[in-house]
Structure formats: C-alpha cells, structure tokens
Design a protein around this ligand. Sequence first.
Ligand code: GDP
Length: 484
Amino acid sequence: DRCSSRHPETPHDKLLGGLLSPDIDEQSCFSRYKSSMFRKPSPFSVSPYLVEKLRKYEELHKKCGPKSDLYKRAIDQLNSGQNTDKAECKYVIWTQINGLGNRMLSLASTFLYSLLTNRVLLVELTTEMRDVFCEPFPGSSWQLPPDFPIKNLLLKYGTDSPESYTVMLKNKTIPGDSNIRPESLPSLVFFNAVAFNWRMENHLFCEDDQKILQKINWMVVKSDGYYAAALFLLPAYRNELRRLFPVKESVFHHLGRYLFQPANPVWNIIERFYRTHLINSDEKVGLQIRQFREEPIPFEDVYNRIIECSETENLLPKLDQLNHDNSTPIIDKRISVLVLSLSSEFYDMIKAMYYEKSTVSGEMVAVYQPTHEREQDSQAKFHNQKAFAEMFLLSYCDKIITTATSTFGYVAHGLAGSKPWVLRTLNRLMKEPGPACVRSMSVEPCLHSPPIIECKENVRIDPTEVEPYLRKCDDAPPMGLKLY
Ligand code: GDP
C-alpha cells in the first residue's frame, strides 16, 4: 500500500488536537510545530479533559514556576525546614538515572504524578541533558534554577537517605498516620521510585501513604522506569486517570508528544536526515537492535533471528534467493530500512543483502544507519542528542521493530502511537523457546518491575489483578506491568 510519506508537506494539525498550547514561540522550538508533519495522524484522540487539565497545569506552572514570587516564598519555606499547610504551590523535582529512554519514561511518569497531585514539575537538568528537549511549558521554565539551595540531588538522595519516605517511616521520624497535621511533617521528602528498591519500599503506592506524601510541599523523585503504570494501582487516582485517558494504551503517547519536543540542535539532525533519506520512500521500516552488554549474543545469531522475525511477520522485503538475471521487474516502490544500533555489523549485513540480491517483488530498498556509537555514553550531551534524534526517526517509520525490554524502543513506538514487533531474541529471552518476535498488543511502555503492594500487613495485591487493563507485559515476562 502506498503510504502518505511521499507527500509529507500536506497541512497537519500542528497542535495535535489541542494537546499543545499555541503559546510557545516557534523560533525557540521548531520541532514543536513541525515534527508532526512527518508522522501519520495519531490513532488516539486527545480527551477534552486532558486538554483542560494541561492548560490548567500550564497556568499553575506559570504562577509557581522559577522566578515567580510564589517560588521565592516556597524556597524560603524550604530553607526554614518547616512544612506548612498554607502553601499555594507544591513541587516535585525529577532527577535522572540510567540511559535516555529510562529517563524519558520516568520523567513522563513524574509529570503524570504532578498532574494528579497538583504539583509543579521541576527538572534537575545536568549538562548532558540540556539542549535535548525544548521547554514544554509556555511562559516559564521546567529547569530547576541553579540557585536551588540543595545541590546535586541525583547523588544526594538514595536508598538510605534520611529524607526518603520509607526510611522516615522505618525510623518513625514520621508516623504512618494519614491524619497527621502538615506542620508536623518535614518540608521535603524523597520519593524513591527506583524499581530496585520497591521490594523494601512498598508503601509508595498505598492510599494512606499518598495522603501523607501529599501534605509535604517539596518532593524529590528518582526513578528508572515507567511508574505511570503503577499510578493506576491507586484507587484515588484511577477515576481521574480514566477521564484523562479513556484509551489506556495512549498514556505515554500523549504525555510523550506533549513533553518531549526535540530542541533545535536535535531537530536539525532529524529534519536533515528525514529529508535526505526518508522523505521519498513509500514505506519506512525501522529496526532497533539493542544488545545489552551484560548478555552479549553473537552478531550472527542475532542477525539470523532478525531475518526469521522478518520472514514470519512479512516485515523486510523478501530476497529473490535465486537472484535471477533481470527476471525481476523493478517496480516503483521505494522502501527505506532504518537500522539503529550501537554497532555497525547489522547495518552492514542488511545492506549487503539488498546489494547482492534483488527482491522478489522488485522493490527498491535503501538501508541507512545514522550512527554507530559503539558504547552507551549517557553522560555526554551530543550522544544523548543523537540518541533522541534516532528515537524520533524510528517513530516516523511505518513498521517499527524493537528489542524486547529496551526503553529506547518504548519511547519510539510510544511517540509513534504504533504497536511494535518486538524481537524477543537479544537477551536472556533468546534461550526461551518461542517465535523470534511478537507483535505487541499495546502501544504503552512496560514497567519492568512493578512495586509489591502490601498496604495492609500480610495482604499482598497482585498488580495484574487490580484492573483488566493492567496486565503482564508481552515483551518482558514474567514480572512487568503494562496498560492495554
Ligand atoms: P535501554 O537501555 O535500551 O532501555 O535504553 P536507554 O535509552 O535507557 O539506554 C540506552 C542508551 O544507549 C541510549 O539512550 C543511547 O545513549 C545508547 N544507545 C543504545 N542504542 C542506540 C542506538 O541505536 N543509537 C544511538 N544513537 N544510541 C543508542
């Protein structure tokens, strides 16, 4: 089927059904108004309630954000160490860990948390994260100001920090009583949503604990994953979440397109590459091959599984194995194959396939790989900018093939709003019997290790039995949690 990508300049809905505010200057962020012109319209409509909520959030952010009088007042209150119940503005500060994909999933989750709890989201942007995203909120900034009294939050807060909510519970610095007066609480709390700690920290997703947390005016969050899915476990938020996202699998798709606009240097890379290599193709097939360092698998084995997946699912154009002389008519269908990987081997192998042999149906196939960075280097700005550019380019593909459990892949198909084919083969899953890849049943990212919910002593709740749309991930069994 002819796809629309040969005519990408047709008028498009720049504001994505009201998701984006028109109040951000185009020059400051070209991608904001241009990035959707290379993408098919979203399969998920934006609920009017979400639009209303976002506009209200933007007002709140303007009122309470950096440089506002209320922000200065909140800083004075933080410095005093005294919590108060009179605060007009409450804050949640996001700090980063792991690679860019993990960071984006946890940041989107934290934004959702701030929408649900009426907190203002501030982001500790270290140097390597600047000039990756545009400012998302009109008339203000999400960047934690450099004169914030606590420095280097990322390193300061960890599992044993006295500011951690669960440490405070354990030490009885605060009682686990949701009727506690706000004045008796500290002015800042650390919400440790790193999956690794969840086995010990099972109070973060309990109703009574959320009531206490909400009374504390400053919160610092650290997380490595898509804990947005776990917010659906809290009955108090569930109704609101239902209204915001009538289609459950559209949560990251909408939040991601709202929050993550490529900054101008990243957009330049994306637009240049797209116009040079992808704009004239009838079909774009994107292939993200993530090899996890801790579980290396020989290139040849991985390549064989990619081909197996492609043949079973009809993804890459089939080769004419007999390579008949001139017997294959050239048909006017151009296919671009975008290969994303830290190594160049897969690109070389796939390019060679189409160089050495013709395709059964005579399509013209071009194979591209924008970079091969060899090593993950998430502390380097240009490396992150290129990674984000590639996630975006992958999100423009008509068929998206990703690697199981990779958050890089989750971001790409989430932004696209499409269900990927997931290669089950590139890590330990390879040793399990089954097909080389599966078509995911949901557009959503997977929360790899959901929290253990034990709000009442000895009463454990299985997260996959709370609501029918919360189920095990199809790409990361047996523990993961995903919205369907
Ligand atoms: P995950 O580890 O696959 O879940 O994804 P993350 O994004 O969290 O971390 C992987 C990081 O490695 C990326 O953010 C990039 O910095 C780098 N990386 C991995 N694969 C690629 C790739 O195909 N292209 C580029 N440019 N970087 C990659």
